[in-house]
Ligand binder design. Structure first.
Ligand SMILES: [Cu+2]
Length: 610
């Protein structure tokens, strides 16, 4: 059969187009493959970095692996969380601490890591609660918040920073201005304070008064200055009056000068904390005028410059971190918020309005060279913080950067009117930035910091060392300690509670000390007690004491909430609450059960030692 020439031409065109199409797809696929390869961590292999993301109004810290973006852990901080060992009931010590210092929730913003010689040493992480003026410390050997304190004389604990290079203090900025003398009856001007906290004792050392709203913090790498951005020098009480001035400030506090003034007794003590008034203590505070309602301030890894982001000005202000003089004010784009660094002299600034990360060369910007902008990359969308791995230390790694975006529209399958927050991982190892991957997290990360897995992983404990008061296996007991009080010492090991039954009476206060006597990593057992608002998780070696009301007469099965073995479902036991007038004892119950053959032979209850 002879083909019509037009058909041949058409077939050739189709084939050619198909070829082009295939080629285009291949290029896209290969770019995708390269990006995927950079973030793919095969099952069984570990991430290169731990990432600590603030949990925002979740009140927690999220731990993600980088580069995979996998959510590895949540560390509850300003919240009681049964899943991670904290009982929910009102008498729980953790819950009481939270309630007495502000509430059962927090607004965490800025995770900062402890430093030794300017390097992250993996000992502690601190995180603020903006809403309730608190600071918490997380022990990284257990990934557990061990101290929470309320910062006096301060509202809106916003920016925090570690005083480099050896974590001398934790700096906490008070964002919400207060009557200077603390009295609402006095129309004195509102001011704020920068607080300096002893990181080991978690105690207040001193505060420095600053006019305006104190926002984000960093410190010079030699520990001489703390830097805080300050907006609303107008001292306005509403948004319109807060944005009148073209320049607000970076507040530089001379830490040795402040220490000297405190030692000389120049602080006015309020709520047990000496507050320095800079007007009475010369040389403590320097206000460096920067545009306009500035937000982030970040010190370069070499300690030469503090860089303030203009927020309402398209500029960053580069301040000499030793002389406190402004050396340059380059334009970077719209809505600059925060800056981070690689190990090749580049800065990366987040641009909220442009939805971009801009990479710029620090030396070129300082010397006024016109091509200081190196690259720009779009992010999705409206980036807040950003952090390069190690960019907040003296030794950035220079390979990955995390963009923490406020909006994630069209990035994930929709989940109702509220969409998850979006983190994007960007490859910064080359001249051009490359977007590699995104991952969602619960609300709402504000900031992040990273530590190499090679540094932290060896420091993480496998089990808890049993405390001196831990219940020993074989020494469990049920003891009546008063007319309306019973103490139960209990141990847990796969897959049984000892005792697995105990009896109390209506009206009793029951105090349970429970020890998980497992010695194997990850062998967690739970203790949930229905209708008593009680569920705790006990990692291996952990002891927890809880006190609760026995409640209404009845049989309550406590059970294990953490899957532990093939006999996990069988891991349960009873609290029998007798009516006040009852004369039946648990021994009687067991006798009755034995008659019916319901008690497992060889597993006698130790629960009736009364
Ligand atoms: Cu269990």
């Amino acid at each position: 059969m002879k083909r019509h020439p037009l058909i041949l031409i058409a077939a050739t065109v189709v084939a050619t187009l198909a070829g082009v199409h295939t080629f285009g797809c291949g290029a896209a696929r290969s770019a995708r493959s390269l990006a995927a390869e950079k973030v793919y961590v095969p099952p069984g292999e570990l991430d290169k970095y731990y990432g600590f993301l603030s949990g925002g109004q979740s009140g927690s810290v999220f731990v993600v692996g980088v580069p995979s973006g996998r959510l590895i852990r949540e560390i509850p901080v300003f919240e009681p969380r049964a899943a991670y060992g904290y009982a929910m009931l009102e008498t729980d010590a953790r819950r009481q601490l939270l309630e007495s210092t502000g509430g059962l929730w927090g607004d965490t913003h800025h995770p900062v890591l402890s430093e030794k010689n300017g390097l992250f040493d993996g000992e502690y992480l601190w995180i603020n609660d903006l809403a309730n003026g608190r600071l918490a410390r997380v022990r990284l050997d257990y990934f557990e918040a061990d101290r929470i304190i309320k910062i006096p004389n301060l509202q809106g604990a916003h920016g925090i920073a570690v005083v480099s290079p050896d974590t001398k203090y934790i700096v906490v900025n008070g964002e919400f201005e207060q009557p200077t003398d603390g009295l609402v009856t006095n129309p004195a001007p509102y001011t704020s304070v920068v607080a300096f906290v002893d990181p080991e004792a978690m105690e207040m050392k001193f505060e420095v008064r600053v006019n305006g709203n104190i926002d984000i913090a960093d410190t010079s790498k030699d520990g001489h200055y703390s830097f805080s951005t300050v907006y609303n020098l107008e001292q306005g009480r509403d948004m319109g009056s807060m944005i009148q001035y073209d320049r607000d400030a970076v507040a530089a506090i001379d830490i040795p000068a402040a220490e000297k003034a405190i030692a000389a007794g120049k602080g006015d003590v309020r709520n047990g904390v000496p507050i320095l008034d800079p007007e009475k203590s010369e040389g403590v505070l320097t206000l460096i005028p920067v545009p306009k309602n500035p937000h982030g301030v970040n010190v370069t890894p070499d300690g030469r410059y503090a860089i303030a982001a203009g927020k309402l000005s398209p500029t960053v202000t580069i301040i000499d971190a030793h002389t406190l003089k402004i050396v340059a004010e380059p334009e970077v784009g719209l809505g600059p918020l925060h800056t981070t660094f690689d190990n090749r002299g580049n800065a990366f600034t987040s641009l909220f309005l442009d939805s971009q990360v801009v990479k710029w060369n620090i030396d070129k910007a300082v010397t006024g060279t016109s091509d200081y902008i190196v690259d720009r990359i779009n992010v999705h969308y409206n980036i807040g913080h950003l952090q390069a791995v190690g960019g907040d230390s003296m030794h950035p790694y220079g390979d990955y950067l995390l963009a923490l975006n406020k909006l994630s529209k069209d990035q994930y399958v929709p989940v109702g009117p509220d969409l998850p927050e979006n983190q994007e991982i960007i490859d910064i190892s080359g001249e051009k930035m490359k977007l590699l991957a995104s991952f969602p997290t619960p609300p709402e990360p504000h900031d992040a910091t990273f530590i190499a897995a090679s540094v932290l992983k060896p420091l993480v404990h496998q089990t808890y060392t049993p405390s001196a008061d831990a219940v020993q296996a074989g020494h469990e007991s049920v003891v009546r300690t008063g007319p309306h009080a019973v103490s139960v010492d209990m141990t847990l090991i796969r897959s049984a509670y000892t005792p697995d039954a105990f009896e109390v009476r209506e009206g009793d206060q029951v105090t349970m000390k429970i020890t998980n006597v497992e010695t194997i990593r990850d062998m967690i057992h739970g203790f949930a007690l229905p209708d008593h608002n009680l569920n705790i998780a006990l990692p291996p070696g952990y002891t927890k004491t809880v006190t609760f009301d026995a409640g209404k007469p009845g049989v309550y099965w406590f059970y294990c909430t953490n899957f532990c073995s093939a006999l996990h479902l069988e891991m349960r036991g009873r609290m029998v609450v007798q009516p006040k007038a009852s004369t039946v004892t648990l021994t009687d119950w067991h006798a009755a059960e034995n008659v019916k053959g319901q008690l497992v032979p060889g597993v006698p209850s130790t629960g009736d030692k009364r």
